[in-house]
Design a protein around this ligand. Structure first.
Ligand SMILES: [Zn+2]
Ligand SMILES: [Zn+2]
Length: 287
């Protein structure tokens, strides 16, 4: 494992950006997670958090692979504002379900957007994939599985140099209480599981069909799969920082490696593990 392997959260909110004083601690930008692993830069989803990742690049070109869970607005809306796409020396590979190219092109067209994708100067490769496929990005092995979400969503597992992480967003857990076997297999022994926990268990009855899960299900899955660390994400737009603190407290009682993902959280993959060791590493890296 390389010393600089890490995960960094640029957007942790579900559905719609929610800036404002009530969300400033956890963050209001929609889904975007950066991973540095075995010399590869991988970006999960292109929600509004992607913009700030581009800003951080400081005008330099970027070489990265972007993996899309699916094509709902909150997972693609940051793309037009991602500065590296305007740099002629950037090279970006975009991978997601069938329809990726169409959805991204449509997003940047009239009457809802002023300029088209031809405005980008980067070398851009779009390559569709299907849930269940395996492939590699350099030395990083990628495994995928289908999630339960309206229109479909794809979970990804990245593994390299003895480290592994799973990104499972957006996903509605089965109502019968069974853990989905494909997802459970994908998560087995992972160092880190990033999981959709938009709703509270008590909200599920009225939210069935919207395609999201809870911190309780995240903790159950992490436990059953033997994952070391759980980061809950895709927070509901209505959830204040105060409410998120309560969720973190409750989740921590169910699974000691559970934590709420916050915008700006940078987690070295070497620090994934039981809470005591982790807290020290996290304190040092929160920004
Ligand atoms: Zn979403
Ligand atoms: Zn969605």
């Amino acid at each position: 494992m390389q010393h600089d392997d890490f995960v960094r959260f640029w957007g942790v909110r579900g559905s719609i950006p929610t800036p404002g004083p009530e969300t400033q601690n956890v963050g209001g930008n929609t889904s975007c997670v950066e991973v540095q692993l075995a010399g590869q830069r991988v970006i999960f989803d292109a929600g509004s958090g992607l913009r700030q990742l581009g800003v951080q690049q400081g005008g330099m070109p970027m070489v990265a692979t972007m993996l899309f869970s699916h094509l709902h607005w909150d997972h693609i809306q940051g793309l037009p504002f991602f500065a590296p796409l305007y740099h002629p020396q950037s090279a970006l590979v975009l991978r997601g379900a069938e329809g990726l190219c169409h959805a991204l092109t449509k997003q940047m067209s009239g009457p809802t957007f002023p300029v088209g994708m031809e405005i980008f100067n980067a070398a851009l490769e779009m390559s569709p994939l299907q849930a269940g496929m395996r492939f590699s990005i350099g030395r990083v092995q990628v495994e995928t599985c289908a999630l339960n979400h309206p229109g479909g969503s794809i979970a990804y597992r990245l593994s390299a140099a003895g480290k592994s992480l799973v990104y499972a967003c957006d996903h509605e857990h089965p109502a019968d209480g069974k853990l989905p076997p494909g997802l459970l297999r994908l998560c087995l022994g992972a160092d880190l599981l990033i999981y959709d926990a938009q709703y509270l268990p008590e909200e599920m009855e009225s939210k069935r069909g919207w395609g999201h899960s809870t911190y309780v299900e995240g903790a159950r899955l992490a436990q059953a799969a033997g994952a070391k660390h759980l980061l809950l994400t895709h927070h509901d737009p209505a959830r204040s920082d105060k409410a998120m603190a309560e969720i973190e407290h409750r989740a921590g009682q169910l699974f000691s490696g559970a934590q709420v993902a916050r915008e700006g959280l940078r987690l070295p993959l070497s620090s994934c593990g039981p809470a005591t060791e982790r807290e020290h590493a996290l304190e040092a890296t929160l920004s």
